[in-house]
Each structure stands twice: as structure tokens, then as C-alpha cells.
Design a protein around this ligand. Structure first.
Ligand SMILES: Cc1cc2nc3c(=O)[nH]c(=O)nc-3n(C[C@H](O)[C@H](O)[C@H](O)COP(=O)(O)O)c2cc1C
Length: 357
């Protein structure tokens, strides 16, 4: 049954250009969250009471629940006080690049509502690390773990990637609970080549050299990798990283008929669900469950989240579902996930991780 967001809010937002709608929502939310009692009201409306079965300890961090916000929604860390009130168990800020950059020309974000999908070619629009780190430094307390997604400015040669990532990590290190090396956005030329062994090893070695407090560093991967590349990536991750995030958007167009709008860019949402779950299952099998996986791609329901958890994900992220289903989606997923865990005989979330792999 459509909720109030699907019935009233989405039809209004869908009249606006998707990026304008997004920017408007972020600005309005940032403004509203400064008003007295706004966060308490949001929590009353949307936040589900904590349930111990949904809690877990992953990456050395405590998560009240496994549903996080994926990178790209709050690129600049403007909503970190508000988003936990929607019930998110963690938030990933970014991607943040070293220097400010505008990204690709607009329009660069497209809806395909019939398929609950988005196509984007944002190209890392970023305020740059200086501004974002200043904003994060003002956040004295955060109620859920915060991840920071590290991006690369356009036209950086592969040889410079290790020092660039290290430089940005050094500045942001005090403010994140974990970090994601984004080598999988399809919208920055050459970025996905950095998933190759020769580049990725150098990037991670240079990041770890700047990581005396051993903060978890994860690799965010593409769903378009071949089997042998995934194997190499798993080997590298086991040696040099704390986890993997699977997956970013895809250049494939699974399940979309030829008459669907043809746009250049990365596809997210429902059509990505199966591909990303397959990648999670492969990683889980290849690493024998020895490395935490954050599963992301097309999660719209508790059943979708449960499927990824059974494939091997310890944590889940969403983005496109928030656009189509609105802020109530987080507690809806959490309630259904709790029911599914119980009805399938699991007494904890971690017991379900990889149980279907
Ligand atoms: C508009 C938009 C911007 C995104 N920006 C980033 C980004 O900066 N860094 C990143 O790692 N992923 C980015 N993503 C990918 C998401 O984090 C996520 O991996 C992907 O959308 C699949 O999840 P979903 O199907 O739940 O949306 C972006 C996605 C969208 C739709």
C-alpha cells in the first residue's frame, strides 16, 4: 500500500528535475533540523525502537541496526544530526575529493520510476576536503557510526592516486569511524581501473601508512567486475583492508527493456539488486566469510536486506529506495528484517550472515 510519501510527496518531487529535488530536500532538511524539537519529532515519526536482534559488532564498531545510508546522498555531511532520526544504523558521507570540483554538466541524474531505478553521472561533484572536514569537525557527537567515502578528482593519473587518496584520508581521519576507497564510480574516467591489483595494492599501502589508529578502510567495488578480478580483489582486501562494500552502480542495464530511457551513467535501484547480491555471495565464498561485507544495491524491503545478509553481507546500505519510498522506508525494512530473522530461527543478525551462501 502506498504510504503518505508515495501518495503525496513523491508526486510533487517527481515534477522537479531529480537533482533539484534532491538539493531542495537536503537544504530543507538541514534547515529544519536546526529548529527546536525537530529531531525529536523526526525520531517519533520514523525511528524504530532499538531491537537487540538487529544489533551487531562489525569492523570493531557497534551498530544498533544494519541499515545504513549509502554514499552519494549526503555528500557533504550536512545531515549527520538528522539522518540517524530516520532510523539509520550508520551513515556514509561523500564521496569527498581533495579539491572542490563541480562534477559533470547537468542534467546528470535521471529517474526511471517504472523500474524503481536511477541513472546518474554526477562525476564526483564535491565541495572538497577542506570544507567537508571543517563541517565534520563541528559535529561534536554522533549517535551512529559515520563512514567517509573517498573520491578522486577528475583526470588524476593512476600513478598519483595513492598519494591523493592518502592526502585526503589524512585530513578526514579524525572524523570518520570507517573509510571507503571508492574505486568503482563509473563516472570518472579511469577510476575503475584502480581496482586492478597493481594500482589497488599501492593505494591501500599508502593509506595504511597514514593510519596509525587502524581505522577500518574498506574498498567499494563495481558490480561489473569479472570473476578473476573479484578474486584478486578479495586477496588484496584480506591483506590490506578491513572490508568490502559491494556494490556501486552498474553500467549494465539488467531487466530494462530497449524502450526504457537510454542515458549514460551508473544504474542503481531495483534492477541492480540481483547482480549486487551475486557479487556479495561470490566475495563471501572466496574469502570464506573472513572479511566483513557491506551489501548495497536495490534494497527496498526487509526481504531484500535479508537476502543480501544470507548471501554474506554483515551490513546493508540503501540510496534509491529512499528516493522512491521516502523516509519511512528505514523503519519498514528494519521491522520486516526483524520478523524474518525470528521466523527463520535466527537469534542474532550475525548468525544469519552468509547462511545462504
Ligand atoms: C545520485 C547518486 C550519487 C552517488 N554517489 C556516490 C558516491 O559519491 N560514491 C559512491 O561510492 N557511491 C555513490 N553512489 C552509489 C550508491 O552509494 C550505491 O552504491 C548505489 O546507488 C546502489 O545502491 P541503491 O540501489 O540502494 O541506490 C551514488 C548513487 C546515486 C544514485
Amino acid at each position: 500500500m502506498p504510504n503518505y510519501y508515495e501518495r503525496w510527496v513523491y508526486p510533487l518531487l517527481s515534477r522537479l528535475d531529480p537533482e533539484t529535488a534532491h538539493d531542495w530536500i537536503v537544504s530543507a532538511t538541514e534547515f529544519t533540523s536546526r529548529l527546536p524539537f525537530s529531531q525529536q519529532t523526526a525520531a517519533l515519526l520514523w525511528r524504530k525502537r532499538a531491537s537487540s536482534i538487529l544489533g551487531s559488532h562489525v569492523l570493531g564498531l557497534n551498530f544498533e541496526n544494519p541499515i545504513g545510508l549509502a554514499a552519494g546522498f549526503d555528500k557533504e555531511g550536512r545531515l549527520l544530526r538528522f539522518l540517524p532520526q530516520l532510523g539509520f544504523g550508520f551513515i556514509e558521507v561523500g564521496a569527498v575529493t581533495l579539491k572542490p570540483q563541480p562534477g559533470h554538466p547537468k542534467p546528470r541524474l535521471f529517474r526511471i520510476p517504472e523500474y524503481e531505478a536511477l541513472i546518474n553521472r554526477m562525476g564526483f561533484n564535491s565541495e572538497g576536503v577542506e570544507k567537508v572536514s571543517k563541517r565534520l569537525s563541528r559535529l561534536k557527537y554522533h549517535s551512529v557510526p559515520i563512514g567517509i567515502n573517498l573520491g578522486l578528482n577528475a583526470e588524476i593519473p593512476a600513478e598519483e592516486a595513492p598519494s591523493r587518496y592518502a592526502e585526503i584520508f589524512k585530513i578526514l581521519e579524525p572524523y570518520g569511524d570507517y573509510f571507503a576507497v571508492n574505486v568503482s564510480s563509473p563516472n570518472t574516467t579511469g577510476l575503475r581501473d584502480l581496482q586492478e591489483r597493481r594500482h589497488l595494492e599501492r593505494i591501500l599501502i599508502s593509506l595504511q601508512a597514514e593510519n596509525p589508529r587502524k581505522k577500518p578502510i574498506l574498498i567499494k567495488i563495481s558490480p561489473d567486475l569479472e570473476e578473476k578480478n573479484i578474486e584478486a580483489l578479495c586477496e588484496i582486501a584480506l591483506k590490506l583492508a578491513s572490508g568490502l562494500i559491494a556494490t556501486n552502480t552498474t553500467l549494465q542495464r539488467p531487466g530494462l527493456p530497449p524502450e526504457a530511457p537510454q542515458r549514460r551513467g551508473g544504474l542503481s535501484g531495483a534492477p541492480l539488486r540481483f547482480i549486487s547480491t551475486q557479487i556479495i555471495a561470490k566475495i563471501y565464498r572466496m574469502t570464506q566469510g573472513q572479511i566483513p561485507i557491506i551489501g548495497v544495491g536495490g534494497v527496498f524491503s526487509g526481504a531484500d536486506a535479508f537476502e543480501k545478509i544470507r548471501a554474506g553481507a554483515s551490513l546493508i546500505q540503501i540510496y534509491t529506495a529512499l528516493v522512491y519510498r521516502g523516509p519511512g522506508i528505514v523503519s519498514e525494512i528494519l521491522s520486516d528484517l526483524e520478523d524474518l530473522l525470528k521466523s527463520n530461527g535466527f537469534d542474532s543478525l550475525s548468525a544469519a550472515v552468509g547462511s545462504g551462501a
